[in-house]
Design a protein around this ligand. Structure first.
Ligand SMILES: [Zn+2]
Length: 406
């Protein structure tokens, strides 16, 4: 079915703004996009749907852990990463399966209400995979934590059996194996996971906090004690320190490659970002999670100055108040009002669609099927992106569902 939308403002997802714009779709696939003065006369026979507000592509959440949704309120805010992780592990051990599943369902409903259409889910048990694939497109990264080399390699060999047992009937959400982080996964295990991933989009938590920096460099800092308390003293002793900062260590392992979704970089320093943009990797920011766990924000200005492509994720409800990527954009905009709002919206749409390896989502480009969201009530003379991030009262409606294929 042809639909012709005429809106006060279109945000195509690529960082541009089209005031008084129009969008033509056929069965959810974009056929034309541009100024209303150009698009409307060219399709004079099609009924025009007038939207008094802003129209933008369906949102993509490039990093979340829906399977941890039951952990909301179970971790201490502001205490730093290791106390947060200890509390998370205790709470997960006590969680009942039905509680977990109810929390997953509620989290998925919340994302749909926020007009999310694409998801990058990081998962240990794949427990949310089939339900996510009924609601969204995207990638499920099957995550491996393994300080010990031999046990890690065995774990990698078992992944495909778990995948086969848990795979949903549709192909909306692709499976890709992934390491958790440099400080939790042996480098040989990371290399093996990269081989298995092949050309698929990869991800890793990177440069998230000071504990990571210390452990990756020379195994100092609080993580050694945490591992010893878990009976991992021997594995820690055998673990090879990289002798450098996390981004350099990731580069040495081949993790900085086109399309790689590098999550957090909250602890990255400006001088460590050289060459990151040229690698083609995408940085996925989860600012509200960083604020919750470590009371810090990622270095947004340095990342922009370095020309790095940005995406947005929420992390899980164990560290973030919601799974809405536009709320992440708002959190950054409130603290960095000099950054163009339209760039942050691009991160939550096209940037995040690229990070999850689903290029038919995230932007109004001819041939794409990103879904269409409308927020009505835009006052005249106001920057539509800034309004979208500042207003908390304009509801979003998914006017056209996403129909992407990879
Ligand atoms: Zn995460």
């Amino acid at each position: 079915m042809m639909r012709l939308l005429h809106a006060d403002a279109l945000l195509p997802g690529d960082g541009t703004t089209v005031l008084d714009g129009a969008l033509l779709l056929d069965a959810g696939v974009v056929r034309a996009v541009g100024r209303a003065a150009d698009v409307l006369p060219a399709h004079a026979g099609v009924v025009v749907e007038r939207v008094r507000g802003v129209v933008f592509p369906g949102l993509c959440n490039a990093h979340t852990h829906v399977e941890l949704s039951g952990m909301r309120g179970r971790t201490p805010p502001g205490a730093g990463f290791v106390p947060w992780l200890e509390a998370l592990q205790r709470a997960r051990a006590e969680e009942l399966e039905e509680e977990r599943d109810a929390a997953i369902d509620a989290a998925i409903a919340g994302m749909r209400e926020a007009c999310v259409v694409g998801v990058g889910e990081v998962s240990n048990g794949l427990s949310a995979w089939s339900r996510i694939s009924r609601a969204f497109f995207g990638t499920i990264w099957h995550e491996v934590f393994a300080l010990d080399r031999a046990r890690g390699l065995e774990q990698v060999e078992r992944l495909s059996a778990t995948r086969d047992a848990m795979a949903p009937g549709n192909a909306n959400v692709r499976w890709v194996p992934a390491p958790h982080a440099l400080y939790s996964t042996h480098p040989d295990v990371i290399r093996r996971l990269l081989e298995l991933a092949g050309d698929a989009p990869i991800t890793i938590h990177l440069a998230e906090h000071a504990a990571e920096r210390a452990f990756v460099k020379d195994k100092s800092g609080p993580l050694g004690g945490f591992y010893a308390s878990r009976g991992l003293g021997e594995a820690t002793a055998a673990f090879p320190a990289a002798g450098t900062h996390p981004i350099a260590a990731a580069r040495a392992l081949g993790l900085l490659r086109p399309g790689a979704a590098l999550v957090h970089l909250a602890d990255a320093r400006p001088e460590e970002l050289d060459g990151l943009a040229e690698s083609g990797a995408i940085v996925v920011l989860c600012p509200r999670s960083n604020l919750t766990i470590e009371t810090r924000l990622p270095p947004l200005h340095a990342l922009r100055a370095a020309g790095v492509r940005l995406a947005l994720g929420t992390d899980s409800l164990a560290s973030s108040p919601s799974l809405d990527p536009l709320a992440e954009a708002r959190a950054l905009f409130e603290r960095n009002p000099d950054v163009p709002a339209v760039e942050l919206i691009a991160a939550a749409t096209w940037g995040s669609a690229q990070a999850i390896g689903w290029p038919s989502l995230g932007r109004f480009a001819v041939g794409a099927s990103p879904g269409v969201v409308a927020s009505e009530g835009l006052p005249s003379g106001v920057d539509p992106s800034a309004w979208l991030l500042r207003t908390r009262t304009a509801p979003r409606r998914l006017l056209v569902p996403a129909g992407g294929s990879s």
